[in-house]
Design a protein around this ligand. Structure first.
Ligand SMILES: Cc1cc2nc3c(=O)[nH]c(=O)nc-3n(C[C@H](O)[C@H](O)[C@H](O)COP(=O)(O)OP(=O)(O)OC[C@H]3O[C@@H](n4cnc5c(N)ncnc54)[C@H](O)[C@@H]3O)c2cc1C
Length: 342
């Protein structure tokens, strides 16, 4: 019989679990129910009490590795913590969020346990065996994997499962002792990239995409890049949308043309960019070519504003296309959002 372990970790507050961790809990509960297998949930946090209380209603066995050494992500301590949790749970299937914290250590932990790992898992099915689904070749081919190797680690992509919520209750968590390895890394703080990253919001309900059209000459023969920047940033401020870009737009920086300074290649959506997951997407001044649109694979509802009635979006790639000038449309939209502010 399989024995399932879900690995989770705390967020920056040190106490609450991250949303991707809670999504992994949902996946673990469903898998354990289908296989009628025992479920354990492992917590890595400075103090695991609050996290454990939030998982009390799962009915799973709760294990924790806690202490100041586990307050910050660090390879040596996180790998030791995950290894200890896996050994304590005698897990054959290990589910973990594909967060930067766990993605960094999971392959190493699987190796230490003589196991196998697959990443970017989007769903898990099967009643007799475990069948894990992931996409290959830039989200063009979907494959279902099963393996005999155990323990089998599955790193889940964020946004693929509902986050677990349940009644909070006081719960006694089983502390798993860890023999700390020599620690060479001291975490002194966090530093974010100066540009771009703060506009990328994976949890946002809406993806707003800017295309190269924003920087092109407009009907008056002039470019209006400063106005474009104001309109885009105003919309992001009002909606907390995540900002994506076409490749053409972010590439312009390297060509010395005038560009929107808050965009970097981190914002790029598409075949050679990101494939984010959002319930809705609004594309503006972008042609909707296939190498771009392939990055919209997981955007549920797609709308576009383009001047070109023959652009890729109008050829069946968007649910709704407004053939219109994005400058006045976005100005009007921002004014409506402003007026609707409480
Ligand atoms: C191997 C390969 C990989 C690639 N990977 C990617 C990728 O990952 N991501 C990506 O985005 N691209 C990628 N591309 C490039 C892609 O094919 C397109 O060239 C790119 O997406 C075009 O960007 P764009 O639509 O912003 O610019 P353009 O093609 O220049 O289109 C600009 C659009 O803006 C419209 N417009 C202009 N002014 C206005 C206005 N005022 N209001 C409304 N609309 C307006 C125009 O009508 C036009 O349709 C890749 C290409 C290759 C060959």
């Amino acid at each position: 019989m399989e024995s399932i372990l879900v690995l989770t970790h705390a967020d920056e507050s040190g106490a609450a679990l991250t949303r991707p961790s809670l999504e992994a809990v949902t996946a673990g509960l469903a898998l354990a129910a289908r296989l009628s297998a025992p479920l354990a949930i492992g917590i890595v946090a400075a103090d695991a009490t609050a996290a454990a209380n939030s998982l009390a209603s799962t009915g799973g066995r709760l294990l924790a590795v806690s202490g100041e050494a586990f307050a910050q992500p660090r390879y040596a301590t996180d790998a030791a913590a995950c290894e200890a949790l896996c050994r304590a749970a005698a897990a054959t299937i290990v589910l973990a969020p594909g967060s930067s914290r766990f993605t960094r250590v999971a392959a190493g932990v699987a190796h230490r346990l003589g196991g196998f790992i697959d990443t970017h898992i989007t769903s898990i099915a099967g009643t007799e065996s475990v069948e894990a689904t992931r996409w290959f070749y830039r989200q063009r081919i979907e494959a279902v994997l099963s393996r005999d190797a155990r323990p089998w680690f599955l790193l889940l992509d964020a946004g693929t499962h509902a986050a677990f919520t349940g009644e909070r209750a006081s719960f006694l968590v089983g502390e798993v002792p860890v023999e700390l390895p020599a620690i060479r890394t001291t975490v002194t703080g966090l530093r974010s990239p100066q540009q771009g990253a703060e506009t990328i919001r994976p949890d946002a309900k809406l993806l707003f995409v800017a295309g190269a059209g924003w920087t092109k000459k407009q009907p008056d023969g002039q470019t209006h890049v400063a106005e474009a920047a104001d309109l885009i940033l105003g919309f992001l401020r009002a909606t907390s949308a995540s900002l994506g870009s076409s490749k053409s737009l972010v590439d312009q920086g390297g060509e010395g043309q005038s560009v929107l300074p808050f965009l970097t290649h981190l914002n790029q959506i598409g075949q050679t960019g990101a494939t984010p997951r959002h319930p809705k997407g609004l594309s503006t001044c972008c042609h909707g070519e296939e190498p771009h649109v392939v990055g919209w694979r997981f955007i549920a509802e797609r709308r576009a504003i383009s001047l070109d009635p023959n652009c890729g979006w109008t050829r069946g790639k968007a649910d709704v296309v407004y053939v219109a000038d994005a400058f006045p449309v976005m100005a009007k939209l921002n004014a409506l959002l402003d007026a609707a502010k409480p």
